[in-house]
Design a protein around this ligand. Structure first.
Ligand code: ATP
Length: 268
């Protein structure tokens, strides 16, 4: 069998949707799924499908994925693998509620039990993002006139952390990611790609959500800062967080991923 780089034996500790050694059939039912139990998944993706309709191209329909099914458990990092265009980012965006889900289900542990992302009302989705699921997107969405330190501290303020502590924790994380202190008060719009990515990583990692989605969090980083992000991922895992990520860099993937879900299997 030919080996694709993202599918190498070292990287691909497993390409199945379920964690090896996980309970044979963790209950997926809304009523019986106890999301707080340690052997229960933080995220269950089941039969997910997505296609795009290109309205400016005469309504051409572009099927991307179908029947996507996998789980993420506490303390593990699951990588989405597959060639460019397979649908990895689209899956992350559906899990985060940025892309509409055409069919299937995305369930995550919630205070009330289990939350269904497909069809969730905007207010419910915003609460899930605040409390349950964080996201490091590929590119920073810059907010005009808001300085880097405040961009990073914002998720803590939303959690109710007081101003002083929020700023101190944001500063500590930016320092750890080697962002020069002279930049902390400036809006990141004019920052370099790697500087913006570090602000984005800090904003994503600072929160306490138990599930974290990572879209190429090290793509623009040098080796030293890549190593910091790898450490941050290990710390989240050790704290019982579940991570779902896309890592094009094979070294990073091998350093952090417990298993790889091959998205090419779900090509529509
Ligand atoms: N908003 C959109 N509108 C139309 N087509 C889209 C949209 N987002 C993604 N696509 C298409 O869906 C397919 C999957 O894209 P996606 O970005 O999910 O792939 P990927 O596996 O993450 O790729 P890469 O590894 O290159 O980032 C591509 O053909 C892309 O053109």
């Amino acid at each position: 069998m030919s080996q694709r780089p993202w599918n190498s034996p070292a990287a691909q500790k497993s390409s199945v949707g379920s964690r090896p050694g996980a309970p044979a059939s963790p209950s997926l039912g809304r009523d019986t799924w106890d999301a707080s139990a340690p052997d229960r998944p933080l995220l269950v993706v089941e039969d997910l499908a997505k296609s795009f309709t290109l309205h400016l191209q005469g309504g051409v329909r572009l099927p991307v994925v179908s029947a996507v099914s996998f789980e993420v458990f506490p303390g593990e990092c699951v990588a989405l693998g597959g060639p460019s265009g397979a649908g990895k980012s689209s899956i992350l965006k559906m899990v985060y509620g940025n892309y509409r889900i055409d069919a299937g289900s995305v369930r995550m542990a919630d205070e009330d039990g289990v939350a269904e992302v497909a069809g969730a009302a905007p207010r419910r989705m915003l609460r899930l993002r605040r409390e349950r699921v964080g996201y490091v997107s590929q590119f920073l969405r810059v907010i005009p006139r808001v300085g880097a330190l405040d961009v990073v501290a914002a998720p803590l303020r939303a959690e109710g952390v007081n101003e002083e502590e929020a700023k101190a924790r944001a500063a500590a994380l930016l320092a750890r990611l080697n962002l020069p202190e002279r930049l902390w008060g400036l809006p990141p719009a004019t920052f370099s790609g790697g500087e913006q990515q570090r602000v984005n990583v800090a904003r994503g990692f600072i929160g306490a959500q138990p599930l974290l989605l990572l879209d190429e969090p090290t793509a623009s980083l040098d080796a030293a800062n890549r190593a910091v992000v790898i450490d941050l991922i290990h710390e989240k895992k050790a704290a019982g967080c579940g991570l779902l990520g896309i890592f094009h860099d094979a070294e990073t993937r091998e350093a952090v991923a417990d298993r790889v879900v091959d998205v090419a299997r779900f090509s529509a």
